[in-house]
Design a protein around this ligand. Structure first.
Ligand code: GDP
Ligand code: MG
Length: 442
């Protein structure tokens, strides 16, 4: 599937960033180029591609990295945010309330996937406890009513139509009357070839007659960048409330359609990623990008990253880097990791780590962290600030106080010394591209 290909090439581009020994200008430029290539292959508009890659490069190179996160994390975040941005805003939620009927009208050219989408949407709302019904106003295509009837049966949703009636507005009004006690009524409409003029006239008339709460434009996801033209033409005729991009499953050009549509102003509300009746989902740009990149839920990682930005003041970061790293600092690090949830969740949120760590190793690491927290808790404030004073007798006391073994206390102290040394070397190296602001790389 084309979207998967786009996802894997974007992911490969990021993977190079994770693996690069240093995050310098060359790595960032290469990343920007790789992303360009990936987006162009997915048929995203050239101008847009250049815009995105330039923004990524500029932000990655110039933006100040917030204290407490690594340059790599920052670059990942930038890529993620910029990809999300180009997919458009998340639409305001469709508020469907029991007892307050919502009328949704689907429009779009013939073959775009309206009828299929109507049934999928009906099932979607029905499953969420809303009393849903379908109305077929397609008086043009022979068998249109039968098609919707058949799909509605699969969705287990009632459908109204009248194959003998030619006036589509009349059918719509009759249908609305019949389903007056429903929560959601979805109106499927005819879409005539590409004679857009008469189609759009028809759509306007019908819209006036039934005054739907939202007009949803259905776009065929396989048409690539043309999607923008189509969406624009419809949008100019009647305000389109939102867009549903269908057929994103088989598409060779999914990235093109998505990005094109996202630029016209109306938000994408739903996407359809398969032929089955259940294959429909709300479109959340950030989640979509996360999944596209196969990164687990990067959104929540970013939220955590943001929390961490608030928690670790810059002053403290500087102290770390100057080698003034005490056990109190280390304890705070453990605490902030704890507030991020079990270690395995934290690691799963880190791009590239998704599948690599064996479960037993995770458990061991989690246990060790727990123990170390308790050990540090059993120290006096002075010992935490100046771990050097921890003599054999003090170590014995701490072990007893924390219910651990002396060996474990010593192990913690070894770890602490290692970390401190690492930070000192990092500072001395003055990584090329960060200058004084150098941060641990991973
Ligand atoms: P309409 O003319 O706009 O009502 O379009 P239809 O709903 O009749 O769909 C046209 C064709 O596209 C049919 O053959 C559908 O089975 C197919 N189709 C619609 N939606 C999807 C989808 O999300 N994925 C795939 N693979 N096919 C779809
Ligand atoms: Mg149809």
């Amino acid at each position: 599937m084309a979207l998967e290909r786009l996802g894997s090439s974007l992911y490969e581009a990021l993977r190079k960033v994770f693996k690069a020994p240093v995050m310098d200008e060359k790595t960032v430029k290469e990343l920007a180029r790789d992303i360009q290539r990936a987006l162009l292959q997915a048929d995203v508009n050239v101008k847009l591609v250049l815009e995105i890659s330039k923004r990524i490069e500029d932000r990655a190179l110039k933006e100040k990295v917030p204290p407490g996160i690594s340059r790599r994390e920052h670059v990942t975040k930038v890529v993620y945010e910029e990809l999300t941005r180009f997919l458009g805003e998340k639409p305001a939620p469709l508020k469907t309330e029991p007892g307050k009927r919502k009328v949704l009208m689907l429009v779009g050219i013939q073959g775009s996937g309206k009828t299929t989408a109507a049934a999928k949407l009906a099932k979607y709302f029905q499953k969420r406890g809303l009393k849903t019904a379908l109305v077929c106003t397609d008086t043009y295509r022979p068998g249109a009513y039968a098609q919707l009837q058949q799909l509605a049966k699969r969705a287990n949703v009632p459908v109204y139509g009248d194959p003998k009636e030619k006036k589509y507005a009349k059918i719509a009004l009759n249908g609305l009357k019949q389903f007056s006690d429903h929560d959601v009524v979805i109106i499927d409409t005819a879409g005539r070839h590409k004679e857009e003029k008469s189609l759009i006239e028809e759509m306007k008339k019908l819209e006036k007659a039934i005054k739907p709460n939202e007009v949803i434009l259905v776009i065929d996801g396989t048409i690539g960048q043309q999607a923008a033209l189509q969406a624009k033409a419809f949008h100019e005729a009647t305000p389109i409330g939102s867009i549903l991009v269908a057929k994103l499953d088989g598409s060779a050009r999914g990235g093109g359609a998505l990005s094109a549509v996202a630029t016209i102003g109306a938000p994408i509300r739903f996407i359809s990623l398969g032929e089955k009746i259940g294959d429909i989902e709300p479109f959340v740009p950030s989640r979509f990008v996360g999944r596209l990149l196969g990164m687990g839920d990067l959104q929540s990682l970013i939220e955590k990253v943001r929390e961490a930005e608030v928690k670790v003041p810059e002053r403290k970061m500087r102290a770390f880097l100057s080698g003034r790293f005490t056990l109190t600092d280390m304890y705070e690090q453990f605490e902030s990791m704890k507030s991020m949830g079990p270690l395995r969740h934290v690691l799963k949120m880190i791009p590239g780590m998704t599948y690599n760590i064996p479960e037993e190793m995770m458990e061991t690491a989690e246990d060790a962290l727990k123990k170390w927290r308790v050990i540090i808790q059993s120290m006096t404030p002075e010992e935490r600030e100046k771990p050097k004073i921890l003599s054999a007798s003090r170590i014995r006391r701490v072990a007893r106080g924390s219910g651990t073994k002396e060996k474990e206390v010593k192990e913690l102290l070894e770890r602490y010394n290692m970390l401190r040394k690492m930070m000192k070397t990092l500072r001395r190296k003055r990584l090329p591209f960060f200058g004084k602001k150098g941060l641990p790389l991973t």
